[in-house]
Design a protein around this ligand. Structure first.
Ligand SMILES: CC(C)(COP(=O)(O)OP(=O)(O)OC[C@H]1O[C@@H](n2cnc3c(N)ncnc32)[C@H](O)[C@@H]1OP(=O)(O)O)[C@@H](O)C(=O)NCCC(=O)NCCS
Length: 125
C-alpha cells in the first residue's frame, strides 16, 4: 500500500554556492559523513549534493502527514548500492515518523544535470 509520495527539484548553482562557502556549515548540518564523502569524490559534487537535498525534501513531503516542527535533515540519509541505486535510510525522528505511519519501505529515484537535480520518493506500507 502506498502511504505517501514526495517530489522535489533543487538548482545545482544554489547548492554549489552553499557547498563552496567556506564559513557556511550548511553541509555539516544537512549531510551525513557518508553523503559528504560520496558527493565530494564525484567530478561535479554540487550535482550530487543537490540530488540528495532534493531527496531529503521529497522524503519530508512524503512524510508530511506525520511531520512535526523543526528540521531533521541528518535523520534522512541517502546511500548508494554497489550498482549505483540510491537508497533512503531513516534515523531518529524521521524513522519514528515513518514507523508511526507504518512505512516498511522507502523508494527513491534521483536525477541530475548541470543545472537541476530532482528526486522522487514513494513510501510503502
Ligand atoms: C542508472 C543510469 C541510467 C543513470 O542515468 P543518467 O542519465 O546517467 O544519470 P541521472 O542523472 O539521471 O541519474 C543519476 C542517478 O541515478 C541513480 N542511479 C545510479 N545507478 C542506478 C541504478 N542502477 N538504478 C537506479 N538508479 C541508479 C543514482 O542515484 C545517480 O545519482 P547519484 O550518483 O548522485 O546517487 C546510468 O547510471 C546507467 O546507465 N547505469 C548502467 C546500468 C543500467 O541500468 N543502464 C540502463 C540500460 S537501459
Amino acid at each position: 500500500m502506498i502511504l505517501g509520495t514526495g517530489i522535489d527539484l533543487c538548482e545545482v548553482s544554489r547548492m554549489g554556492a552553499k557547498v563552496q562557502a567556506p564559513a557556511d556549515d550548511f553541509v555539516a548540518q544537512v549531510f551525513l559523513p557518508g553523503e559528504i564523502a560520496y558527493c565530494g569524490a564525484k567530478r561535479h559534487p554540487a550535482e550530487h549534493f543537490a540530488a540528495r537535498f532534493a531527496a531529503k525534501e521529497a522524503v519530508v513531503k512524503a512524510l508530511a502527514g506525520a511531520a512535526g516542527e523543526g528540521s531533521f535533515w541528518q535523520d534522512i540519509e541517502i546511500t548508494n548500492e554497489q550498482d549505483g541505486r540510491p537508497v533512503v535510510r531513516l534515523h531518529g525522528r524521521a524513522k519514528e515518523m515513518a514507523d508511526a505511519l507504518g512505512v516498511r519501505r522507502v523508494f527513491v529515484s534521483l536525477t541530475h544535470t548541470r543545472d537541476l537535480a530532482a528526486a522522487t520518493v514513494v513510501l510503502e506500507g
